[in-house]
Design a protein around this ligand. Structure first.
Ligand SMILES: Nc1nc2c(ncn2[C@@H]2O[C@H](COP(=O)(O)OP(=O)(O)OP(=O)(O)O)[C@@H](O)[C@H]2O)c(=O)[nH]1
Ligand SMILES: [Mg+2]
Length: 295
C-alpha cells in the first residue's frame, strides 16, 4: 500500500523492505550475532516473523528500546520473556549518552566462546552484529550512541534508513544498520494498530481519525487515569467519538464555521502518546501473551 488509499485494514510493505530482507538474508552469514531492537511500548508487536526466518540460530541481543516511554513494570516482564538460552535482553533509552555501554558487555557474554578461541590463538578478529527491527524503533540512534558519532541517519518517522550500512564502533565491533522492516500482511490487526500507534507505519497510509478513536478506546480500558489527566476529561459512558470531540473542544481545535477539527485532534492525541506526553505506557501486556506464542 505504498501509494494506495488510506484504509481500515492496515498494511505497509513498500519495495525497499523486500530488498532489505533480501540483504539481511545475504548478510546474516557475515555476522556473529543479531541486535534485535524492539520498541519497549509494544515489544511483542515488534517481533517480525520474517526476521525469525532470517536469524536462524544466531545468538540474539534483544534491546527493549525507548524504555523511557514504556511502563516499567511491563518492561521488566518483557525482559524476562526475551531472555532465553540463546539470547539476552537489555532495557535502554538510546537517546541517553553512554546508555549503550551495557551492549558491549552483553555482546562479550554472547560471543564468549568465539572470543576466547581467537584469544587463545592470539588472533584479533572483529565481532560483527546486524541491527534489525521494525521502522522507527531506534536502530540508527542506538548505533550512533554506540559509536559516539552521528554516522547513521535518524529521524522521527518510519522508513528513514533505506539501505544497509556498516558502522565501526568501540572495541573492534562492526555493526550493520538495516532499514526498518515489516512483513507483507498483518493478519492480526490489533498488532498492526500497535505498530501504527508507536509510529512504525507511515501515517500517510493510515486513517488517522479511525486510529485515534481505537487508541482512545484502548486507553479507556488500559490507562484511563493517564488519559484523563492529560486532557482534563473524565471517561464516563461517552463513545470514543464523544471523547475526541471533548478533547478537540478543550484544545479549541476547530475549523472555519466552528466545526470540530477531528483530524487535528486525532494527530494531537497520537503525537502526545508517541512523544511520551501521556505518560509511560505499554500497549502489549505481557500477561496476555504466552512464551510459546512467539513466532
Ligand atoms: N524517547 C526515545 N526516543 C528514541 C529512543 N531511541 C530512538 N528514539 C527516537 O526515535 C526516532 C527514530 O529513531 P531512528 O534511530 O531513526 O529509528 P530507526 O529504527 O533507525 O528507524 P528506520 O531507519 O526508519 O527504520 C528518533 O526521533 C529518535 O530520536 C529512545 O530510546 N527513547
Ligand atoms: Mg534507521
Amino acid at each position: 500500500m505504498e501509494n494506495g488509499q488510506k484504509q481500515s485494514h492496515i498494511n505497509w510493505f513498500p519495495g525497499h523492505m523486500t530488498k532489505a530482507l533480501r540483504e539481511m538474508e545475504q548478510n546474516i552469514k557475515l555476522v556473529d550475532l543479531v541486535i534485535y531492537v524492539l520498541d519497549a511500548r509494544a515489544p511483542y508487536s515488534c517481533v517480525n516473523p520474517k526476521f525469525t526466518q532470517v536469524i536462524k540460530n544466531k545468538p540474539i541481543l534483544y534491546v527493549l528500546n525507548k524504555a523511557d516511554l514504556a511502563d516499567d513494570n511491563q518492561t521488566q516482564k518483557w525482559q524476562n520473556f526475551f531472555q532465553t538460552k540463546n539470547s539476552l535482553c537489555v532495557i535502554l533509552n538510546s537517546t541517553h549518552t553512554n546508555s549503550t555501554k551495557i551492549i558491549q558487555e552483553k555482546i562479550k557474554i554472547l560471543l564468549k566462546d568465539k572470543l576466547q578461541k581467537y584469544n587463545n590463538k592470539g588472533v584479533v578478529m572483529p565481532s560483527r552484529a546486524m541491527v534489525i527491527g521494525v521502522p522507527n524503533c531506534g536502530k540508527s540512534t542506538l548505533i550512533n550512541n554506540l559509536c559516539g558519532k552521528y554516522k547513521a541517519t535518524t529521524g522521527n518517522k518510519p522508513g528513514v534508513t533505506k539501505g544497509t550500512q556498516w558502522v565501526k564502533v568501540f572495541g573492534n565491533i562492526e555493526l550493520l544498520d538495516t532499514p526498518g522492516t515489516l512483513w507483507p500482511s498483518f493478519e492480526n490487526q490489533e498488532l498492526a494498530k500497535n505498530l501504527a500507534y508507536i509510529g512504525s507505519i507511515k501515517d500517510e497510509v493510515l486513517d488517522i481519525s479511525e486510529l485515534a478513536l481505537d487508541f482512545i478506546e484502548k486507553m479507556k480500558k488500559e490507562y484511563p487515569l493517564l488519559f484523563e489527566q492529560r486532557y482534563s476529561i473524565k471517561f464516563t459512558n461517552q463513545t470514543p467519538v464523544e471523547v475526541l470531540e471533548e478533547v478537540c473542544k478543550n484544545r479549541k481545535f476547530v475549523i472555519k464555521g466552528g466545526e470540530t477539527d477531528w483530524e487535528r485532534g486525532s494527530f494531537a492525541i497520537l503525537d502526545d502518546f508517541r512523544k511520551g506526553r501521556l505518560g509511560k505506557i505499554t500497549l502489549d501486556k505481557k500477561e496476555n501473551i504466552n512464551k510459546s506464542s512467539i513466532n
